[in-house]
Design a protein around this ligand. Structure first.
Ligand SMILES: N[C@@H](Cc1ccccc1)C(=O)O
Length: 421
């Protein structure tokens, strides 16, 4: 009996466990974005936040499925570039490439800014070493750049260790914070009569979509599992639903401890991670909680930073056709890390702004483009392998959601939307 190479290949591919892909997806979804959530959502407060998180999570899953749907019609390894060029034409191809690079760079900046602030705060508080976050940002970036330049195997190992640390820290933080939660805070009982929350709803969208972002991974998942939509769907569902659970819990713990009014001074100071952690520490007034929170913040930002900038590193190497030898990798590292580090040394506290702008660009290639791709690929191929639930109406819902998110960010940049501050 002869078995074709393809059949053998797919038999082998089928054996790959869902766990690996689910881990990668979870690691990408749950990043520093979650540190922006309590601050960005303080205007709408707890109950509304849960509602928006559920809706955003749903839309982001559907957008991921639509991307997968289109991707399955192409050769394994086909990227956003191939899909948009073939299905949507020049305009969307260029728009996707520009917004894709923008999101990676601005997130790299956000992570450097967040990490720098947390590291500075840790050094000052525990080692009485006063170094400004401009300098820790640059030093931290050099260390990360060196690790990435040195080898991607090293990055893989270090990321695993950091992820492990992050999850241990997560549960330690949550377990300890739980005891301090005050339901009165969550219900905002001290709010004067007639307090309105809804006007602040739209401006939370860019932060929510970034926090559920993983969509750059879809082509890699296809590469990893082959054309096996079932497994890829499971990875996406596990990663995003786990993130949803975590974020609800995270808001419960943070909004249950810091009252809505107490978020105002945090926002006034730029809303970077260190300010947020300091405020939490001051309210909890416990030395051990301080240590746990600091440990958590350091691990969370460091693992995001490594993972996210590795994506940017590979993207730059491919785009500029830099070689994978020492010299080539050095060039790639320079192009990857110098712009965000430079921006951080000039403007160290833009964490929250950066996540907002990332949301603006992310809406293009992770929501609107997947909707358009699904529509175009259904017309062209009929998409026999996999179809996202909801038919054409859902495609429009997803696209409209993306447009609203972009408008929300643009309007709030011009101070047209009310901001809670
Ligand atoms: N979801 C990630 C950010 C991210 C967005 C888009 C793609 C990859 C990562 C976070 O919360 O930090």
């Amino acid at each position: 009996m002869t078995v074709s190479v393809e059949a053998q290949g797919s038999a082998q591919v089928k054996k790959k466990s869902v766990i690996g892909g689910a881990m990668i997806t979870t690691a990408t979804v749950v990043g520093a974005g979650m540190f922006s959530l309590p601050v960005a959502m303080s205007g709408v407060w707890f109950s509304w936040s849960i509602g928006i998180l559920v809706v955003t999570c749903f839309i982001m899953i559907m957008a991921g499925f639509m991307l997968l749907e289109a991707n399955l019609n192409y050769h394994i390894g086909a990227s956003f570039d191939t899909l948009t060029k073939d299905l949507l034409g020049r305009f969307w191809n260029i728009a996707t490439n520009i917004t894709f690079a923008f999101v990676l760079y601005i997130l790299a900046y956000a992570y450097i800014s967040g990490s720098a602030a947390v590291i500075s705060q840790t050094l000052t508080q525990y080692f009485t070493i006063g170094i400004s976050s401009r300098i820790t940002g640059v030093i931290f970036t050099i260390i990360v750049a060196f690790i990435v330049w040195w080898s991607s195997t090293a990055v893989g190992r270090i990321t695993t260790i950091l992820l492990l640390g992050k999850f241990i820290a997560f549960f330690m933080t949550f377990a300890s914070l739980l005891g301090y939660v005050q339901v009165d805070n969550l219900m905002d009982v001290v709010a004067p009569e007639g307090t309105s929350y809804l006007p602040f709803l739209l401006m939370t969208l860019p932060f929510c979509i970034v926090s559920f972002g993983f969509h750059g991974n879809v082509p890699s998942l296809v590469k990893h599992y082959g054309k096996d939509p079932k497994r890829i769907v499971s990875c996406i569902l596990i990663g995003t639903l786990f993130a949803l659970f975590l974020y609800v819990f995270w808001l419960y713990c943070t909004m249950g401890n810091i009252s809505r009014a107490d978020f105002k001074p945090i926002i006034a100071q730029g809303g970077n991670i260190d300010v947020f952690i300091t405020a939490m520490g001051a309210i909890l007034n416990s030395a051990s909680m301080d240590v746990i929170l600091t440990f958590f913040a350091n691990f969370a930002v460091a693992s995001s930073m490594l993972g996210a900038t590795l994506g940017l590193f590979d993207y730059i190497a491919d785009l500029c056709k830099f070689k994978d030898d020492n010299g080539g990798r050095a060039k790639t590292a320079l192009v990857t890390y110098i712009p965000p580090a430079l921006l951080c040394s000039i403007y160290p506290n833009g964490f929250l702004y950066a996540i907002g702008y990332a949301g603006l660009a992310f809406a293009v290639w992770a929501i609107i483009v997947p909707g358009l791709l699904a529509k175009a690929s259904r017309e062209k191929f009929g998409n026999p392998m996999f179809r996202t639930w909801g038919g054409t109406p859902l495609v429009y819902v997803v696209i409209v959601f993306g447009v609203i998110t972009m408008l929300a960010h643009i309007l709030s940049t011009f101070n047209i939307l009310p901001t809670y501050s």
